[in-house]
Design a protein around this ligand. Structure first.
Ligand SMILES: Cc1cc2nc3c(=O)[nH]c(=O)nc-3n(C[C@H](O)[C@H](O)[C@H](O)COP(=O)(O)OP(=O)(O)OC[C@H]3O[C@@H](n4cnc5c(N)ncnc54)[C@H](O)[C@@H]3O)c2cc1C
Length: 482
C-alpha cells in the first residue's frame, strides 16, 4: 500500500485536469481532483469556451446574421434582442456540461475535492475548503497542476463589471450596450468584438499591434478586417490605451478612453481583454521547488514534467497554444507518462479555431512561415460563393486556401475563413497528418452540395496555377477556378 493518500492528485478541474484524472483512473489509480470553485469544468465550461460559443450561437440565430446573405441585410429573427434572450441558452448549456463532467468523474471513481490547493512540500498539498474554510492535507505520489489562467487585470482600470468589464463578466451584463470598445484584439477580444457587432452594437477595436492575429495567414486576417469594417467595426490598430475612466455626462454613464496618440474614445461600455495570467499565485509553488515565470506560467519538458519530475503541469498554465483541445490531450499524456504508459506528445499539427464572425480555422504552415523557411509552394483557393453550398447558405465571404509543396504536391497548410471553418479544417488536418498531397482532393469525390467541395475546387485551382499541360483533365472540370 502506497504511503500517499492518492496515486495522482490533480489541481484544477478544467479540460486538462479532467483528462489527466480520468486517464489515471482508467489505469486503476487512486485519483483526486481538487477544484477551488463549487462547480467543476474550469474556465472552459463556466466562463470561457462554452459560454462564449453558446452566446455566439444565440447572437447568430437571434440577429438572423447567417441568413442575411439570403434574405437581405435587414433580416432578423428578433428585433429587440436583450441579454436575457442571449443568455437563456447559455445557462442551460453550462449546467448540462457541468453535469456531464461531474458524472464522468464520478463514474471513474475520481474523488472531487472542493477546495483551494497550495503546496506544503513537493508531495503534500493543503486544501482550504471552498465553502466552509476548513483546512486539511492530502499527499500525492504524482501531482498534475492544471490550474489554467485568470484574466490579467490592470489596477489602474476602474472595472465595475458593467461599463468596464472583462471576458469573465460578459455573461453577467445586465443590458446590451449600444456602443462597445474592445481593448485588445487577441482571439477573445476579436471573438467578442465580432459577436457584439453582429447584434448591431457599434464596436471599436483597439490593439497596439498593427495587424490582427499575426499568427494567422495574412489573407485570412485581411478578409476578417474587411468583414469587420463592413459590420461597422472601427479598427484602431497600432494604438495604445493610456487610461480609462468612468464618466457621467448629459448622455448618461459612459466610459472615456485615452489613447497614447492623444485621441479619445467615448463609449457606452468597454471590454478590457489584454491577456491572461497563469493561475499559480495561490499554489505556493516555491514550497514544491518549482518556479513560475513573470506571467505566472510553468515551464515543462516534452512529457509535461516541471523541474520536479513527479510534478506535471498541463493546459493553459503552461502557455501556448492555450486551447481546450490541446489542454485535454496534454492532461491525458501527462497521466500516461506518470504511470509509465507509452504515449507521444501532442502533435505539432493541431487545428486552431477562432470563433470570430466569420470564423477562422487553420492547420499547418502559412505563406509567411513557408517563405521564411525557403520552402517552395503553390496555393489553391476556393471562394465559398463558387460552391453550390456556399450559394445556398449565402456565405459570400468564405475562403478555403490550400498550400502545397511546389514539387511534391504535399499538402503543407489549410487556412479557412467562413461558415463551418472549424469543422471543415479537420479534412485538411487528416490529409496533412498522413503526409497526403493536394492531388488527393482532385481525385476524390465529396458529397454535393457541401462546403467540403471547396477542397476539390481549391485543389484544381492550385494545380492549374502550376501551368501543367492542358492534357490534364482537371483543367476542364467545372468549378475549377480559371
Ligand atoms: C472567453 C474565452 C473563450 C475561449 N474560447 C475557446 C475556444 O473557442 N476554443 C478553445 O479551444 N479554447 C477556448 N478558450 C480557452 C480554453 O477555455 C482554455 O484553453 C481551457 O479552459 C484551458 O483548460 P485548463 O484545464 O488548462 O484550465 P481551466 O479551464 O482554466 O481550469 C482551471 C481550473 O483550475 C482551478 N484552480 C485554479 N487554481 C486552483 C487552486 N489553487 N486550487 C484548486 N483549483 C484551482 C480553477 O478554478 C479552474 O476551474 C477560451 C477561453 C476564454 C477565456
Amino acid at each position: 500500500m502506497s504511503a500517499f493518500t492518492y496515486d495522482l492528485l490533480v489541481i484544477g478541474s478544467g479540460p486538462a485536469g479532467q483528462r489527466a484524472a480520468i486517464q489515471a483512473a482508467k489505469l486503476n489509480k487512486r485519483v483526486a481532483i481538487i477544484e477551488r470553485k463549487t462547480v467543476v469544468g474550469g474556465v472552459c465550461v463556466n466562463t470561457g469556451t462554452i459560454p462564449s460559443k453558446t452566446f455566439r450561437e444565440a447572437a447568430l440565430y437571434l440577429s438572423g446574421y447567417r441568413l442575411r446573405g439570403v434574405y437581405g441585410a435587414s433580416y432578423t429573427v428578433k428585433q429587440h434582442i436583450t441579454m436575457d434572450d442571449l443568455l437563456f441558452r447559455t445557462d442551460h448549456v453550462i449546467r448540462g456540461e457541468i453535469d456531464v463532467t461531474r458524472h464522468q468523474l464520478m463514474r471513474n471513481q475520481v474523488d472531487v475535492l472542493c477546495a483551494t490547493a497550495s503546496f506544503v512540500d513537493a508531495h503534500t498539498v493543503q486544501l482550504v475548503d471552498a465553502e466552509e474554510g476548513g483546512v486539511r492535507m492530502v499527499t500525492g505520489e504524482h501531482i498534475v497542476i492544471a490550474t489554467g489562467t485568470e484574466v490579467t487585470r490592470d489596477d489602474s482600470i476602474p472595472f465595475d463589471g458593467q461599463r468596464i468589464f472583462c471576458s469573465d463578466d460578459v455573461m453577467h451584463l445586465k443590458q446590451l450596450p449600444r456602443s462597445l470598445t474592445v481593448v485588445g484584439a487577441g482571439v477573445i477580444g476579436l471573438e467578442y468584438a465580432s459577436i457584439f457587432a453582429s447584434l448591431g452594437v457599434r464596436v471599436t477595436l483597439i490593439d497596439k499591434r498593427h495587424r490582427l492575429l499575426p499568427f494567422v495567414d495574412a489573407e485570412l486576417t485581411d478578409t476578417l478586417a474587411y468583414h469587420l469594417r463592413e459590420n461597422r467595426v472601427t479598427l484602431r490598430l497600432g494604438e495604445e490605451v493610456s487610461s480609462m475612466e468612468l464618466i457621467t455626462d448629459t448622455l448618461g454613464d459612459r466610459v472615456r478612453i485615452h489613447l497614447a496618440s492623444g485621441k479619445q474614445i467615448i463609449t457606452e461600455s468597454a471590454l478590457y481583454s489584454i491577456g491572461r495570467t497563469g493561475a499559480t499565485a495561490a499554489l505556493n509553488m516555491s514550497a514544491a521547488g518549482v518556479a513560475t515565470d513573470a506571467r505566472g506560467r510553468l515551464t515543462v519538458n516534452e512529457q509535461y514534467q516541471t523541474s520536479v519530475p513527479h510534478i506535471y503541469a498541463v493546459g493553459d498554465v503552461i502557455g501556448f497554444p492555450s486551447l481546450a483541445s490541446t489542454s485535454m490531450e496534454q492532461g491525458r499524456l501527462a497521466a500516461c507518462h506518470a504511470f509509465g504508459v507509452e504515449a507521444t506528445s501532442v502533435p505539432a499539427l493541431f487545428p486552431y479555431g477562432i470563433y470570430s464572425i466569420p470564423e477562422i480555422s487553420i492547420c499547418g504552415r502559412n505563406e509567411e512561415e513557408l517563405t521564411e523557411q525557403g520552402v517552395p509552394y503553390e496555393v489553391g483557393k476556393a471562394q465559398y460563393r463558387e460552391i453550390a453550398r456556399g450559394q445556398i447558405i449565402g456565405d459570400s465571404v468564405g475562403l478555403l486556401k490550400l498550400i502545397f509543396h511546389l514539387d511534391t504536391h504535399q499538402l503543407l497548410g489549410v487556412h479557412i475563413i467562413g461558415e463551418g471553418a472549424s469543422e471543415l479544417v479537420h479534412i485538411g488536418q487528416a490529409v496533412l497528418a498522413f503526409g497526403g498531397t493536394v492531388d488527393y482532393f482532385v481525385n476524390t469525390v465529396f458529397n454535393y452540395p457541401t462546403l467540403a467541395e471547396c477542397y476539390k475546387t481549391a485543389a484544381f485551382d492550385g494545380i492549374n496555377r502550376l501551368g501543367l499541360a492542358p492534357a490534364n483533365d482537371w483543367l476542364a472540370v467545372p468549378g475549377a477556378a480559371a
